[in-house]
Design a protein around this ligand. Sequence first.
Ligand SMILES: Cc1cc2nc3c(=O)[nH]c(=O)nc-3n(C[C@H](O)[C@H](O)[C@H](O)COP(=O)(O)OP(=O)(O)OC[C@H]3O[C@@H](n4cnc5c(N)ncnc54)[C@H](O)[C@@H]3O)c2cc1C
Length: 372
Amino acid sequence: MGSQMSQVEGVHVVVVGGGFGGIAAAQDLKSRGLDFTLIDMRDAFHHNVAALRASVQPGFAKRTFIPYAETFGDSFVQGRVERVETDRQTVVLQGGREIQYSHLILCTGTDGPFPGKFNTVASYQTAVQAYEDFIKQVQAADSVLVVGGGSTGVEMAAEIKTEYPDKKVVLIHSRIGLADPELLSSVRQQAKEVLLEKGVELLLGQKVSNLSELQLNVTQKNMKVSTDKGETIETDLIICCTGLRVNAAAYTSGLGGSMTDSGALKVNQQLQVDGFSNVYAVGDCNNIDEPKMAYHAGLHAAVAVSNISNSLSGKELTSYQTGNITMLLAMGRDDGVGQFNGLKLPRCLVALGKSRDLLLWKSWREMKQKQP
Ligand SMILES: Cc1cc2nc3c(=O)[nH]c(=O)nc-3n(C[C@H](O)[C@H](O)[C@H](O)COP(=O)(O)OP(=O)(O)OC[C@H]3O[C@@H](n4cnc5c(N)ncnc54)[C@H](O)[C@@H]3O)c2cc1C
């Protein structure tokens, strides 16, 4: 966080997207006394790192959404940004409302399947209820198939088996190695061991071949799932944990020339979008080559806000550097695997540091609100 600046005339920073990157940027701008507007399509920040626990443990979801207005007051605007007009330095919201910016921070993140992501326009109450309703589907199933063994799928399978040890849980993954490829191989191996210890069945090196014909997230007894290796699995509930896509809709028309094929914004080391010195991209929606993580989104936000502040006072801009990877996987509330600064951590330490609370305290503290 930087030092307090008095409001600078003509400066209005617009932050699009209130995920991990967006709330960090907004808090930093607030503490520096810089005029800003934070825009998100929902009325509450989603701590989606804890979304998988909210999918299995009744009463947990209300802790995973944090209302924006209580923290940011009139500096928060709820709405979906439809386009950015760089020539007029204006963002245009659905319905036609326009907000002008001197500097823009784009933090629109990624979208993906529920329950890992919840990027639907919904009120706090509706969002919480969606998770409580989903728990009933999990509870009604005797068997669950988790599709995709990246970090989200690994955590999902572990959460279900921890909360409901009597259910049959199968994790299918197209590759042999589980979790993020950027993790140390010893950490990935340990994730596999924990799943097996918990009783999760693994189908590795296989893909579901009829996924588009199957209903996700709804319990139906004995659905037949085929794999590309000719196996058939019967399951009551299918949860998909693959296929994150960059949320580029807000800026495709205005910044299409600065996008990669995946929709990510090309940025320089100062996190400025290619061709625009007053537009920054932070978090999952930029093209920095590193694991897409909430942790990194927060670090990007600090660099973007520092650089806005530095550019106003004529100082040199700061560069972003990816450090050694720190990544912690919660394997249910009682176990975890991970690495800190490139070094493998003991399971008990990850369980204590991350798995019990999923770092919810950090976001509630950042939003300066009391956890329910
Ligand atoms: C299940 C799961 C577990 C994870 N666990 C971890 C973890 O343990 N540690 C970790 O570091 N990372 C973790 N991650 C990754 C982490 O969640 C992301 O990297 C992080 O959310 C990225 O933050 P962001 O601010 O870039 O985007 P997001 O958090 O995706 O937020 C984007 C925001 O932009 C808003 N938005 C998008 N488009 C518009 C628009 N057009 N108009 C208005 N608003 C818009 C959305 O509503 C959303 O609030 C996990 C991810 C998943 C799915």
